[in-house]
Design a binder for this molecule. Sequence first.
Ligand code: F6P
Length: 612
Amino acid sequence: MKITARLALALAAAIAGVLYLSSYLHVQSDGLRLSLMALGLTGVSLWIIYWRVARPLDRLTLWMRDIRAGDEARFPVRARALETLVAEASRLAQSLGEARAVAEQEARLRHRADAVWTAERLKEHVRRQLEGRPMFLVANREPYEHCRKGKAIEVRTPASGLVTGLEPILRACGGTWIAHGSGDADWDVVDARGKVKVPPHDPQYTLKRVWLSEDEMDGYYYGFSNEGLWPLCHIAHTRPLFQSEDWARYKAVNEKFAQALLQEMAGTQEPCVLIQDYHFALLPRLIKTFRPDARVAIFWHIPWPNPEAFDICPWQTAILDGMLGADLIGFHIQFHCNNFLETVDRTLESQVDWERFAVRRSSHATLVKPLPISIAFPTPQTAPAPALEELLKPLGLRASAIGVGVDRIDYTKGIVERFRAVERFLELHPEQKGEFSFVELAAPSRTLIQRYQDLVAAVEQEAVRINGRFQSKQWRPIVLLKRIHSHEQIEPFYKAARLCFVTSLHDGMNLVSKEFVAARDDELGVLILSRFTGAARELRDALLINPYDIEQMAEALHQALTMDEREQARRMASMRRALKDHNVYQWAGRLIEELAKIPSVDALTGPSEPGT
Ligand code: F6P
């Protein structure tokens, strides 16, 4: 039936309905009868507008989003009113599909030619390695948090090296990222299974949120993970705190994530599971027990200490056993792999194969590999460096050169030591007063833990003390900007700075150093880098320092500020080459390739999933 005929029919039905209703209700007044009729007509018109226009427009939006994500289905409903729009969008989809096919073809060629790793090349590589098997990533931290701001909901990216490193991979390859839903509006935007497509404005993969109570967070995240394992694994001379209630919560939350993951994996075959970090040491075993067909890797983003240091953990056997459920364990550097293997050798009944760097227990083998994580590089060209004057104006400051530091406020980062180095530098080089400022972009972190609160206070006090010694009306040596900064806000500081100062007392990798190098497409600027970071093994042209040696750090500041541009360019170009050869796409490519190589186990021999 033609649309006009349908409309006429609907309107006639509405009028007849109202007339019948008014006679049924014995409505005498003409005015009331007319009002009822107007009401009826408005209702029908709204219904028609919704059905013929608003609903198809909604569908159109979703359909276009799917097309952008590579799902080129036909437009799901017939909508005459939008016919031309749908036809145009279909042509656009076709061109997009063709462009995508060309890009994939190029990626295939590049794959063969062993060129730079890009998102496209990784996508092609993963497609070949996994042959359609799905990919799941589990991390405590989610890549996007939905947070309330007045009545609106805004999306935030947490300050996290893990997110910086892993997000481009999911964008490239798709899959499901399972994480704790930590934003106060997270619940409002997910579907009934706790899922939402992200990135919010360009959906490429699924984020599945797991909800944790305050008690669970206290024990599992703040307690065992960050008061126990964090100081245990970082040699920063902060004493770990082990409490049995925290351990109980840690176990329970690992089980909760295992349930969520097993549910997501139901119906899949030989899925690829990438577990992230020290929050989930028990998860590999929990997953492999119920899904022996899954290929499971756990990547430990923080250092692994020597066996004597690890020996103080009351639950070390359970932790090692949990991790060894994985097929592959990754650390940033060989040194941490060796520490781990020695710890296993001393603690568990097992066979450590030092030739292959593997551990065999019963019939299961776990490979232990160094896989240094990185960032997405090369990045698309961004805005050039802003004028220093403009960057400092909103802060009410003037300086002729700045250094930059970017950190979560954590005792492993050596922020107080860094400030003292700036102080010593100004004592040794008073001519730099009024000229050089150090800008610290510091994100408060884990602030429910007392030691982190104390650290924030100590960092602030130290900045005030040092500034008090040297500052003038429009200049101060230390500019402490204490809040979470987005990448877009950090980038201008990276670009305008004469140096980036990374002084971690101990750090698994440290991606800030790599981000600074990536930002410097002018090939200028100097990286001063703690030799106790994983990054120091790769970025050999940084000025390497010992963060416990204040004199040496002050000297490095002087060297950086007086280094001629040719020397800066030589060092920066070499570090950028290293970054190009070892970017995060290459990291993920290696990780997934190693995992895919592991021979499959007959899924039918394993027990069935719990609760399913
Ligand atoms: O560097 C170790 C690490 O756990 C990262 O994996 C993560 O990016 C960072 O610490 C931040 O920690 P949190 O998620 O506790 O803020």
